[in-house]
Design a binder for this molecule. Structure first.
Ligand SMILES: [Fe+2]
Ligand SMILES: [Fe+2]
Length: 312
């Protein structure tokens, strides 16, 4: 069959909401885009464990420690599902990890910001996991089967992450003067980076059109960002806190909140590796990889031994 026919069958499947599976024919660019997006997503889950892991030993109570431990472990699990989903497209786990360590592969810039106080852990759950959910709920319907199925499971855990973050901030927002200030300060620092998580404006986003046609994405960056602002602008009323944006205002005509402009200079600086913690994160990841060498060796040796016993 000529390639054009394969392409036609492929696009028809997409148009008819039939998932693309690992052994199906797919355009090279579709494969590449998915590998890039899924592995980037996997890296984000794994690197995202670092700023929060930083607070496990300092959580203010046993209850908070148990919740945070569970959440950080969930993120590790998300990374593993996603690496597996990317592997079905023909990229090895090792190549993906190498690309992360060499700086060739990106991960979400949000994890290059530091966690300065306990309230940051609440703000991350509420705002960062909240922004991630907006994107991930859409991805449960993405066209590549293994990615979509991984996202269904991930989203269930993400909604717990967001709720625990909000609840933790709610306690602080009803606490002492210092706790209230700490809560507001964390919101002030995480709000804009959270908005940046949706990526560049649609007008500047290079991959958007093709990704929409292939139903890898189903909503644009600006649409998702607007949905997020609308959700958080309402939820913050319960906290009795303020979002650090003087332009934030309900627009009756649009039936959406208007909001101020993101600092795009800061956005691109962090993407390029010049955020507050970029270097620190990569050093920590590489160290974890090196320290885990003996575990990988032991697991491989055990597998060889077990196969020999089976064969005998
Ligand atoms: Fe996650
Ligand atoms: Fe999460």
């Amino acid at each position: 069959m000529p390639v054009q026919d394969f392409e036609k069958i492929f696009q028809e499947k997409i148009d008819n909401e039939i998932k693309i599976e690992p052994k199906d024919w797919m355009p090279e660019a579709y494969r590449k885009t998915n590998i890039r997006q899924i592995s980037q997503h996997a890296h984000s889950e794994i690197v995202g464990m670092l700023p929060e892991g930083n607070w496990i030993s300092r959580a203010p109570s046993l209850k908070r420690k148990a919740i945070l431990l569970a959440k950080v472990q969930d993120e590790g699990g998300h990374g593993l599902y996603l690496y597996s989903a990317a592997e079905t497209l023909g990229q090895s786990r090792e190549e993906m990890i190498n690309d992360l360590h060499s700086g060739k592969a990106k991960y979400s810039s949000i994890f290059n910001y530091p966690t300065l106080t306990w309230a940051d852990i609440g703000a991350i759950g509420w705002l960062v996991d909240g922004a991630a959910i907006m994107n991930q709920v859409m991805l449960t319907r993405t066209s590549y089967g293994p990615y979509a199925r991984a996202m269904v499971r991930i989203c269930k855990e993400e909604s717990f992450h967001q709720r625990q973050g909000f609840e933790s901030l709610l306690v602080l927002s009803r606490g002492t003067k210092e706790q209230k200030e700490m809560c507001q300060d964390a919101i002030n620092r995480w709000w804009w980076p959270a908005l940046m998580m949706f990526g560049p404006r649609d007008s500047e986003s290079t991959n958007s059109d093709q990704s929409m046609k292939w139903k890898i994405k189903r909503k644009t960056n600006d649409e998702l960002r607007q949905n997020f602002v609308d959700m958080i602008a309402e939820q913050i009323k319960t906290l009795g806190m303020k979002l650090p944006d003087d332009m934030l205002k309900w627009n009756e005509e649009r039936r959406h909140y208007d909001f101020g402009e993101i600092n795009w200079e800061e956005f691109w600086q962090v993407v390029k590796g010049n955020g507050p913690c970029n270097k620190q994160r990569l050093v920590a990841r590489k160290k974890a990889w090196d320290d885990g060498e003996w575990v990988r060796e032991a697991a491989a040796a055990h597998a060889v031994k077990r196969n020999k016993t089976k064969a005998a």
